[in-house]
Ligand binder design. Sequence first.
Ligand SMILES: NC(=O)CC[C@H](N)C(=O)O
Length: 363
Amino acid sequence: MLNDIRYLVLEDGTVHEGYKLGADAESFGEIVFNTSMTGVQEIITDNSYTNQIITFSYPLVGSAGFNFEDSESLLPTAGGVVVREASEHPSNFRCDENLDQFLKRHGIPGISGVDTRSITKKIRTGGVMKAMITDSSDHDSTVSKIKDSTDATDQVASVSTRTPYISTGRGPRVALLDFGKKENIVRSLNHRGCDVTVLPHDTPAAQILDMKPHGVMLSNGPGNPEDVQVAIETVKGLIGKVPIFGICLGHQLIALAGGARSYKMKFGHRGANHPVKNLLTGKVEITTQNHGYAIDGNSLENTDFEVTHTALNDGSVEGLRHKSAPVFSVQYHPEAAAGPHETSYLYDQFIGLMTTEGGQTNA
Ligand SMILES: NC(=O)CC[C@H](N)C(=O)O
């Protein structure tokens, strides 16, 4: 039916015609691709994707459906979703709704029936670009709108908690700086007994230290790490005073606080089977990833940090540790959700640092 037609228009003028999916709305954003074959709910609800249009390269999306337990955030903030085929009749005993219903409920527009593998190839060759999901067939005006749109710089503030709250446990007390955290970071800490206080992104270092946490965790989050200057200052005030573990954006903020530089990658890493080499053990880890920026390895030369992990696909930096203080970080996602669990040892490492360096636990 004519009414069901929707377009995905890329900044370079490419137009993909498909079908309406999800909310009756338009959206601008950077278009990125994710190569995962599962974990669609976890991916779409990861706030690191704020304003981004997610293209799933795998052709059938949402076949296990969506439920009310597996979301990585209560309010997903992805700009849009692009799929080859949206599963209309998911089959899973935990399924509560299908992709279309889920996207509608959260006001996220999508498009189905487009060749997502060709979009993936285009992004791999040309790099990430801006795009728009729209029902308008005036493509010239859509391309001008895309070109005139400006990049947001306040995404972290928009997804961070506004007030502190506690997810209780009887073990080490962790202060978790929320830059748009995935719920599975809290679950992974609680699962190991930690008492987690989730803090707004701009909580000052002195206030965090006054709480006397056994460790500080820096979460994942959206956008360019250089936009989060307040947090970089906070991290500078924490290094050497308390054990710190950073994931993804948290990793980037630790590196920037330590004097390194970040850069925007050509098309980023988004998927659930990225091989990473752990340089300390020599082992290869299969990891979940979602990032568009990375730390420049050369810029670490005169800092107190050393590289502990590298990506096997492109040699980029995937993990760091401080040469003397109990501070370490990874660019990938040890909390998985979705994806392999084999790097969850990093949470155990953090617990180890907190119980030796951070003093008494409540256990
Ligand atoms: N998942 C994340 O924390 C992503 C970090 C950052 N926004 C990036 O794209 O590189």
